[in-house]
Design a binder for this molecule. Structure first.
Ligand SMILES: Cc1ncc(COP(=O)(O)O)c(C=O)c1O
Length: 396
């Protein structure tokens, strides 16, 4: 009789679903309060300064340890706006990673610039600094490192390259809220940091984003661009000279985000404890490789690689089906963006090679953070599910 759940056996994790997002009466009260006051969006009268959006931008800038935070409608726009603010567009090139959510590179094509792909570091899955410099041309204007899954891109080296070549750095922190590198929060080291509050993110309002910076002039321009040219005083007399667009969030989102932010520490602690258990457990299983520990990182994704020959030469898709069937959510790593057949247009990436990224994409998986906020018993069952796949690998 088959043992593996994928073949009809009993699954390891039956009744341990962890729901996301985590919500309690505080979110409900905060939203009800906004709905009742009628102050749902940005204020055009002199109450502008007391709006919930302002409270959230102050709370988030304190969280990241930056001077300015400008909320906006999503994390994709939070990458695009800094490029527009810096006049990056047609004819320009932006260096980024091939392993990420597509927004990390599509933000460049959105403004008419060309994404150029460096390779990644196999220990963090983040942009490898040593692959950046050979790609720099007179057209290069910006670098977008991504703190993938909460791992830390090497910002010291990336900033040194950027300063040498006079390039703008936008840290994509959509998957790394709260991660810290040498005492500095992600988002505070580049010229800009961008975050997403989409439904799967560590802090969420269903949708939303925020751009952070320490540069007053960049903040003025960013705020004006997101707010249809309106400056911080609430008047349509922007000193920045930015034409402006509407990329705002609502007060309803800001109210939810203020509560989510206050819950962050408690969930981060849970993720950290469960990550440690998972790491220790998976290290014992031959054929599963985990990434080295990285101090200060956050845990949006737990990445691992599987060795095909240790699992009956099963394909990565079969491996994924088998682990899912046991009750463990694990997805294939993001496919390298330069290999996407439709992404290329109008550029041609046929000759672009990122060997590390391509190799990782073939055998790597990511376990989402929702799997890290259950009980210790739940985490032990995750390890058991992997051990079971290994024990009955012949069935794969
Ligand atoms: C690394 C990264 N950057 C950017 C984004 C875009 O954020 P949003 O979905 O809020 O537009 C995401 C969203 O998944 C992401 O993971």
């Amino acid at each position: 009789m088959s043992k593996l759940a994928v073949n009809g056996g009993k699954k390891v994790i039956e009744n341990h679903s962890v729901s996301w997002p985590i919500v309690d009466s505080r979110e409900c009260e905060a939203v009800t309060n906004i709905v009742q006051t009628g102050k749902w969006g940005h204020q055009l009268d002199d109450e502008w300064d007391s709006c919930t959006i302002k409270k959230f931008r102050e709370a988030f800038s304190e969280f990241v340890g930056v001077q300015y935070a400008i909320p906006c409608c999503n994390g994709s726009v939070a990458l695009e706006v800094p490029l527009r603010v810096c006049d990056i567009g047609y004819g320009d090139e932006v260096i980024t990673t091939p392993i990420s959510w597509v927004a990390s590179s599509l933000c460049a094509t959105q403004v008419g610039a060309k994404p150029v792909f460096g390779d990644v570091d196999p220990d963090t899955f983040c942009l490898a600094p040593e692959t950046i410099e050979p790609l720099i041309t007179p057209k290069t204007r910006a670098i977008i490192p991504v703190h993938l899954g909460g791992h830390l891109a090497d910002m010291d080296k990336i900033m040194a390259i950027a300063r040498k070549h006079n390039l703008i750095v936008i840290e994509d922190c959509a998957q790394a809220h709260g991660a810290m590198c040498n005492g500095k929060q992600v988002g505070s080291m580049g010229d800009f940091g961008s975050f997403s509050f989409e439904i799967s993110k560590l802090i969420t309002a269903g949708e939303g984003g925020i751009i952070v910076t320490n540069d007053e002039s960049l903040a003025e321009k960013t705020h004006a661009f997101v707010n249809a040219g309106i400056d911080y005083s609430g008047h349509n007399t922007s000193k920045s000279g930015m034409p402006g667009w509407n990329a705002r969030i609502t007060d309803i989102q800001a109210a939810i985000l203020l509560v989510q932010l206050s819950r962050f520490g408690e969930l981060a602690q849970k993720r950290f404890i469960n990550y440690k258990h998972l790491l220790a457990g998976l290290r014992q299983i031959d054929g599963i490789t985990v990434l080295p520990e990285q101090l200060g990182r956050e845990y949006y994704f737990f990445f691992f690689r599987y060795k095909r020959s240790d699992f009956n030469n099963c394909s990565p898709d079969r491996f994924q089906q088998a682990i899912l069937a046991e009750g463990v959510t694990a997805w294939r790593l993001f496919p390298p963006t330069h290999c996407h057949p439709k992404f290329a247009s109008p550029y041609n990436y046929n000759n672009v090679k990122c060997p590390v990224a391509e190799e990782l994409a073939a055998d790597s998986f990511m376990i989402p953070h929702q799997m890290l906020i259950g009980s210790k018993e739940h985490t032990e069952l995750i390890v058991e599910a992997f051990a079971k796949l290994k024990k009955y690998a012949g069935e794969l």
